[in-house]
Design a protein around this ligand. Structure first.
Ligand code: ADP
Ligand code: GLC
Length: 492
């Protein structure tokens, strides 16, 4: 099975969130199970600078407003994974994030930048971009890659079936309808049964409507996005796809996130030898200027600071929890109001709250290893990776019962304790008092050393790697291809 993954981000080259972690790890796991996998990425500066052995596959010439576009084939640094890179300096060679300029404004030509990504994927699928290779399945991630599915349906029949994964339905890739002519698609796609979304063009709809199969990153989120509450206005479109929308829970890269081998942490440890974890906590308290206090429950947050993540609950509950002896170590960046509120919290509670505004991968490892618990109180959470990193490091998750958080954390109660399944603390209502009570439960459990030891052992014994999810994707690819062959949208 030849699979082309199409995405805007990949760890460690370009990362704004968990998408990059998934795009780095899933292809490798699929390859380990025998698939022949390649990536397709936009030629953002970090990609152009890092990939190895780049060769020109085809000179595409002028398209999507760029004069010079070429398709390169290279390798991901330090791996054998082949990666196609779209070299289009006019569209991709710029600072800032993949989606926004340094002031946080969306790039005004995002339509062209990400339509090009999908368009090149569709040409690879049609077997007219690389004479040496064509995929059996194109797997497009999030709205950035979603146009691949529409272009493939337009070009059809192609060599490949399409699979579209929703990592976050809240980011949809909406553009003014008057720009439709830049896309080069038939006008019949400009209706609600195509790409139109309340008078705008929606790239997310290109994936939801035209992919042979739609997946999302946890079974619970797959159910949630079919509801008005979580559907971000697209729940009707999701429901229309019926059982062609499934949830496959993400894994984590257990080579990168492994306390027994992690080069970034103060002392390595594993489920049987936990002394190192206490050393990590002490080192973190010193590093962050927190009171050196073994008995304080140290709660970390490593997160984008957006309303999705529910961190206003943490802020509101902080004074009470600090009076009760809890410490907080927060790392994140995002909305200025949340950044300012966390800075104020640090000033108000010296020695009890440390806040680092910014993005720092090695530091994230030290926080996850050194904390006792990790808070993820999200309003919605398609999967969430940080609570799984917490589980792997024996840093127990304190989470809201939504999306993938509900699928990955088993709340402590007498039944789950007795059966050895309990792994963390779960609350329901998105209100500060519910979060506060949940942290207090974690604190009580932390003070009961035998119970905490059992919980961390349960958490660290879980199997969270990519092998299982990769197998589920391979089954799905086979089913998508079978259906597409039967429907004649894929050439035999
Ligand atoms: P999302 O993709 O919605 O941001 P996830 O939990 O799936 O949420 O993934 C977030 C990823 O980004 C994790 O790998 C997490 O460690 C990382 N991350 C988020 N914020 C930071 C930060 N400030 N510094 C370092 N890593 C971060
Ligand atoms: C998105 C979601 C997050 C998920 C990640 C990887 O960014 O917000 O919940 O874990 O994608 O799938």
């Amino acid at each position: 099975m030849r699979v082309l993954h199409v995405a805007a981000e990949v760890f460690p080259l370009v990362k704004t969130g968990g998408l990059a972690d998934v795009v780095a790890a899933l292809p490798v796991a699929l390859a380990e199970q025998g698939a022949e996998v390649r990536l397709l990425l936009p030629g953002l500066p970090a990609v152009m600078e890092s990939v190895q052995g780049a060769q020109v596959v085809i000179d595409i010439g002028a398209c999507f407003g760029a004069l010079r576009v070429r398709l390169l084939l290279a390798r991901m640094p330090g791996t054998k994974l082949p990666v196609y890179v779209i070299d289009a300096p006019y569209l991709y060679k710029r600072g800032g994030s993949p989606y926004q300029d340094s002031l946080g404004e969306e790039w005004p030509d995002n339509l062209q930048r990400f339509a090009l990504l999908g368009w090149v994927a569709a040409h690879l699928a049609a077997d007219d971009a690389d004479p040496r290779w064509a995929p059996d399945v194109v797997h497009a991630h999030d709205w950035h890659a979603a146009m691949a599915c529409a272009y493939m349906a337009e070009h059809g029949p192609t060599q490949a079936a399409s699979v579209f994964t929703v990592h976050n339905l809240a980011y949809q890739g909406l553009f003014p309808m008057q720009d439709w002519s830049l896309l080069g698609v038939a006008t019949r796609l400009l209706s609600p049964s195509g790409l139109e979304y309340h008078g705008q063009l929606s790239f997310m709809k290109a994936g939801l409507k035209f992919a042979d199969r739609v997946t999302t990153v946890s079974p619970n989120y797959a159910r949630e996005i079919a509801t008005h509450e979580f559907g971000c206005g697209l729940d009707g479109v999701v429901r229309e796809r019926g059982d062609q929308v499934i949830g496959i829970l993400n894994g984590i890269d257990d080579a990168v996130w492994n306390p027994a081998t992690d080069p970034a942490i103060a002392q390595r440890y594993d489920a049987e030898r936990m002394e190192g974890k206490l050393e990590c906590k002490r080192a973190l308290q010193v590093e962050l200027g927190l009171d050196e206090d073994d008995r304080a429950l140290l709660v970390t947050v490593v997160s984008r600071l957006t309303s999705q993540k529910g961190l206003d609950l943490v802020l509101a509950a902080m004074p009470e929890l600090i009076s009760a002896g809890v410490q907080f170590a927060v790392q994140g960046n995002g909305e200025p109001a949340l950044e300012a509120a966390f800075r104020m919290a640090q000033q108000a509670h010296p020695g009890r709250v440390h806040v680092h505004m910014g993005y720092d991968e090695a530091r994230a490892h030290r926080l996850v290893a050194g904390a006792d618990a990790i808070a993820v109180p999200s309003r919605f959470e398609p999967c969430g990776l940080t609570q799984m990193y917490g589980l792997r490091y024996g840093t127990l998750p304190i989470v809201r019962r939504v999306g993938g958080l509900a699928d990955t954390v088993v709340d402590v109660d007498p039944g789950s304790l007795a059966s050895g399944r309990a792994t963390g603390f779960v609350f329901d209502l998105a209100v500060p008092s519910a979060f506060e009570r949940c942290v207090r439960r974690a604190q009580a459990s932390f003070e009961n050393k035998a119970q905490w030891r059992a919980l961390t052992h349960n958490a660290m014994s879980l199997s969270l790697g990519w092998a299982g999810p990769a197998q589920a994707y391979l089954d799905l690819y086979a089913a998508a291809r079978g259906d597409a062959l039967a429907a004649g949208s894929v050439r035999a």
